[in-house]
Design a protein around this ligand. Structure first.
Ligand code: NAD
Length: 307
């Protein structure tokens, strides 16, 4: 398969590197010139539990420089950059190109469907972690899984081929028609911990430094779960709450990506997380005061002129 990765940061480079190692033809598409130059000059330096190595059998370029249509395009920009990236990557998108988003947040299928036949759009969720450690260098330690489905819920040869390719790369992928629940559960977890840490400027564990920190995070979980249920998505609220409590106790020094974005002066993914939940709540006339207040606070941070 010719697999293009649109947004070759931490996750995109990890997936691209592993797919190239599995023998697929991979093109990384990104706008970070230093990262592209490093990969083209020295290869992609990949550090995983399997060891450190340099992947050289892949191409890296800006989206508008790509000339070959892809069989599969995996979108791994941050959600706020999806449309700009797809708009610049039109040459890669042929009528037969399948599109996959494993980005966090809600609305990913709709954003991809603006650029392709909705029947060719797949969405899912992944628990693989990745970090970008500098130009041309990414790492991922621990394990993860991928669950994905066609956005229209149908099975297809395209879906089977994609699952197969990701499994060949060792990424533990399954087709799962229940993926909406997993997507919403991750949104609930991120709406709670990401937005709170971004606003407070604290690590996950530091949320428990005040008596009501955990309670506040769990109130957001309750709100998001209520919205998911109102939209017919059977999330497991106590499972999400357990995950939040586990993170508060065991991932104490973790800085969620939204906090990392704030600290680096980048805009956050708040609109695809709290923003999308507030919009979905409005459609069902559900009050989500904590989720909504955090949305407005993070929007204020994103809009600061001093950043
Ligand atoms: P990242 O910031 O490391 O990578 C995003 C990349 O997109 C960057 O290299 C950036 O230069 C590129 N980009 C920005 N605008 C672009 C454009 N117009 N065209 C092409 N490329 C463009 O982000 P990440 O951590 O890899 O996360 C990507 C997505 O995956 C996010 O939605 C995130 O929430 C989700 N996710 C991340 C992790 C993780 O551990 N990092 C885990 C699961 C899901």
């Amino acid at each position: 398969m010719h697999i293009a990765i649109l947004g070759a940061g931490a996750m995109g480079s990890l997936f691209g590197g592993l797919l190239a190692e599995a023998g697929h033809r991979v093109t990384l598409l990104d706008v970070d010139e230093a990262h592209l130059r490093a990969i083209n000059e020295n290869g992609l330096q990949l550090a995983t539990d399997a060891g450190e190595r340099i992947v050289t059998n892949l191409a890296a370029m800006r989206p508008e420089a790509a000339t070959q249509p892809a069989d599969l395009l995996i979108v791994f920009t941050k959600t706020l950059h999806t449309q700009a990236a797809l708009g610049a990557a039109r040459t890669v998108l042929a009528p037969q190109t399948a599109l996959l988003s494993l980005q966090n947040g809600l609305g990913n299928a709709e954003r991809l469907a603006q650029f392709a036949d909705p029947a060719r759009v797949m969405i899912g969720v992944t628990t693989w972690p990745a970090d970008k450690n500098g130009p041309g260098r990414v790492s991922s330690h621990g394990t993860g899984v991928i669950r994905l489905m066609s956005a229209d819920g149908a099975g297809s040869p395209m879906l089977s081929r994609t699952v197969e390719a990701l499994n060949e790369a060792g990424l533990a992928c399954t087709a799962d028609a229940d993926v909406w629940a997993a997507i919403w559960e991750k949104v609930a977890f991120n709406a709670a911990l990401n937005s709170l840490c971004a606003v407070a400027g604290c690590t996950v564990g530091e949320l428990t430094n005040v008596a009501d920190g955990e309670a506040l995070a769990l109130k957001i979980v309750v709100e998001v779960a209520a919205v998911a249920h109102a939209h017919g998505v059977a999330v497991n609220e106590s499972h999400i709450a357990d995950n939040v409590r586990h993170a508060l106790a065991h991932h104490r020094v973790h800085r969620p990506s939204m906090l990392q974005d704030v600290l680096a002066g980048r805009k956050t993914e708040i609109e695809a997380i709290n923003g999308a939940v507030v919009e979905a709540a409005r459609l069902r006339a559900i009050a989500v005061p904590h989720t909504e207040t955090l949305l407005h606070l993070v929007r204020l941070i994103d809009a600061k002129e001093s950043r």
